[in-house]
Ligand binder design. Sequence first.
Ligand SMILES: NC(=O)c1ccc[n+]([C@@H]2O[C@H](COP(=O)([O-])OP(=O)(O)OC[C@H]3O[C@@H](n4cnc5c(N)ncnc54)[C@H](OP(=O)(O)O)[C@@H]3O)[C@@H](O)[C@H]2O)c1
Length: 389
Amino acid sequence: MPLLAVRPQCRQSTGSPAPWGCCAEGEEHGSGAGDGVQADAAGAERMSPIVAGVLQAVQLTMADPSSVPVPSAAIGVGTWAWGNRFLWGYDPARDAELEATFRRALDLGLTFFDSADSYGTGRWTGRSELLLGRFCSALGPDQGQRVQVATKLAPFPWRLGRRGYRRAFEASRRRLNGHLQRVQLHWSTARYAPWQEGPLLDGLADLVLAGEVAELGVSNMGPRRLRQVVHHLAGRGVRLSSLQVQLSLLSPGPIAPGGVAAVCRELGVELIAYSPLALGLLARSGGESRPMPQGPRAALFRRLEPQLTPLLQRLAVIAAAHRAPLAAVALNWCRAHGAMPIVGLRSVAQAETAAEALRWQLSPEDRRDLDAIALALPRRMPANPFQSA
Ligand SMILES: NC(=O)c1ccc[n+]([C@@H]2O[C@H](COP(=O)([O-])OP(=O)(O)OC[C@H]3O[C@@H](n4cnc5c(N)ncnc54)[C@H](OP(=O)(O)O)[C@@H]3O)[C@@H](O)[C@H]2O)c1
């Protein structure tokens, strides 16, 4: 297993693994996987040639960041809009439509649902989890067993220490009526409070080891921090299931050389693509004079849309070849990079469009064409300010 081969990122002079936060952001403390391979190569010279050769081959294969991605089989559903008035204009009068969307998505094979304890604005804080819990509880046992719910806990500054997430976890689990398979650190604090996130993650690992939740994930982490976290958790006997980052044709950083997608492949961590439609911008077909969305998204769309003609034209050609909607191509680009897109859905029609993407995959040629266009775009989606290196 790749996890076993991950070398300590950072060693103190005693040679023991460094504690959390030893590497400040922007500071290179030696061995990433590449360094690990060099150190082991030197040691391998003292072994029998056969053992040394096998060891080196295994390590080089696992450290090879250019390994070809295996397309993701799944598409998940994001629920940020369920309770958010500010960006998404949430209206509780439409909850029945959200439940219909949830059920339709499930029927069509979209079984992974992502939420967060910070979703919902003002008096609707926690609404996304509450609705998800309610919808899950209303399912029959067969359907209920198919749903996988992941939530994210925010590392607010007052959530400190190994037990800092305890009450938040219990509150989320209550809102979700116990339907919770994966708990995720919502964002990395490495940039501004590197000491905070280690104990919080240790607390989440405690929950996994105690059998209170099955899986652990993180979000908004870059390659360096991811390696540290995977290594530390492996030392505790806990596997990191997933990393969630912003990934779309308008936010292609994770698939660029040195990006986190290759590191996920190397370490066996599932990559989850959030905002895969760039908040819906990538689902708007070019040339069509569709009305702008209400609220702050309109300003973003106006800033990014003028440069999109070559991308939208290429998307339209691929979409036509597969008799698929534009949104399905954008989702399948994420899947082609080995990432499971979690698309924000709030209507049955949107669920059906997303499920359309499951019946086909992007060819490697189309993926490479889209990569080239995406990586050359002068303007991208705003990066998450908490994303660590
Ligand atoms: N970890 C993090 O920090 C983080 C950050 C952001 C998001 N997320 C997660 O990722 C999920 C998805 O990201 P997102 O909601 O930001 O954006 P997204 O998935 O890129 O876009 C969602 C929006 O696209 C539009 N859309 C969806 N399907 C469509 C279709 N078939 N045709 C046309 N338009 C369609 C809808 O907008 P309209 O209804 O207005 O048409 C929808 O609300 C979130 O819900 C959340 O769970 C995580």
